[in-house]
Design a protein around this ligand. Structure first.
Ligand SMILES: [Zn+2]
Length: 141
């Protein structure tokens, strides 16, 4: 029953994507700084088309990596590089990979080696100093 299974998979992928979108919209209202974050991400969305805050992006990618990617690999699906769920379209991924957790109270920037006491200060530093490194691609073209 190849056809039936394929159809199920397509439905499943769509379901994942719907859940993913809902998660993004729900998490902003449950966050303690929801108000601020919503305002900030709104201005980001306004400037660059669509991309959400670092916190929401991280939460969403965690779910994608945990639940969607094993399935994609098992079924040998190829996700189009134009799809927002393609790992290369994660705007924060490069920055996240340049986070070095040296010690319990020491986070180091992998680009300029500056150190911070907490991860959130490193996040701020990325936003302030390395915003040009965000993997933001124009989707309007
Ligand atoms: Zn830096």
């Amino acid at each position: 029953m190849g056809m039936t299974r394929k159809h199920f998979n397509v439905v499943f992928l769509r379901l994942c994507f719907t859940v993913f979108l809902q998660l993004i919209s729900v998490s902003s209202s449950t966050s303690p700084q929801g108000q601020m974050e919503t305002a900030a991400s709104r201005s980001l969305e306004h400037d660059n088309g669509v991309h959400c805050s670092r916190e929401r992006s991280k939460a969403a990618w965690k779910i994608i990596d945990e639940y969607l990617m094993p399935f994609v690999e098992k079924e040998r699906y190829k996700i189009s590089s134009r799809c927002r769920l393609h790992p290369e379209n994660d705007v924060y991924r490069d920055q996240e990979q340049h986070k070095m957790h040296v010690d319990i109270n020491e986070w180091r920037c992998g680009y300029c080696k500056k150190t911070f006491y907490e991860e959130k200060y490193l996040d701020k530093h990325f936003d302030n100093r390395h915003y040009d490194l965000l993997n933001v691609v124009s989707v309007n073209g």
